[in-house]
Design a protein around this ligand. Structure first.
Ligand code: FMN
Length: 197
């Protein structure tokens, strides 16, 4: 019985898109049925188009479908990835989360494992607080938080963040980063499989 995983990201400059893509590949290789989805953009097209890096990400990710609440009903587990902004997730991701009220009310988010990743400009720019902002919502949903903890040596090699993988914007994605993201994604799939059994 394969696990259905929704990887939902928001990314202005491409960092979280890369993280979500790495996670999706790892989850797929662990046998998950996968939907890689982006949170809807809330900013007007002309503003997006006026920022080179932002427009480039939109163009590069044009093939990625936009997430809907129905995707989370479909999924057995969720992996979120979004930039740190003032210590919480980017408002685009927040806006998507705010559309989940009707499925939350039906219990469609309950009992499903959730994990989160983030990025920030600074090495200590509020990453853990952003991850906690995801997990606070997960608590309200009755979901099951599957943070990586210190369950694999890969965590120590990438900053040792037990709340979830976090990336510093502009840094390359090393094999160690990929291993850390991969571990988080595979662990989420493994926990979802146990809950589904
Ligand atoms: C409004 C705003 C607030 C931000 N706040 C923080 C912050 O508090 N700490 C930090 O380190 N970086 C902050 N950043 C930088 C973002 O975290 C960074 O651009 C993001 O991680 C890049 O991810 P992306 O490439 O997926 O868009 C902020 C960026 C914006 C636009």
């Amino acid at each position: 019985m394969s696990v259905k995983l929704a990887v939902v990201y928001y990314s202005t400059y491409g960092t979280n898109y890369q993280m979500a893509s790495i996670a999706a590949e790892a989850a797929k290789s662990a046998g998950a049925e996968l939907r890689l989805l982006k949170a809807p953009e809330t900013v007007a097209d002309e503003i997006v188009a006026s920022v080179e890096g932002w427009k480039a990400t939109v163009d590069k990710t044009a093939h990625i479908r936009t997430a809907t609440p129905a995707d989370l009903v479909w999924a057995d587990a969720f992996l979120f990835s979004a930039p740190t902004r003032y210590g919480v997730q980017a408002s685009q991701m927040r806006a998507f989360i705010d559309t989940l009220g009707p499925i939350w009310a039906k219990g469609d988010l309950a009992n499903k494992p959730v994990s989160a990743m983030t990025s920030a400009q600074n090495a200590h720019g509020g990453q853990e607080q952003t991850l906690m902002s995801f997990y606070a919502s997960a608590i309200h949903w009755g979901s099951v938080i599957v943070a990586p903890g210190y369950t694999d040596p890969a965590i120590y090699k990438t900053g040792g963040n037990p709340y979830g993988y976090s990336h510093t914007q502009g840094q390359p994605f090393t094999d160690e980063d990929k291993a850390s993201i991969g571990h988080q994604a595979r662990r989420l799939v493994a926990m979802a499989a146990k809950l589904k059994a």
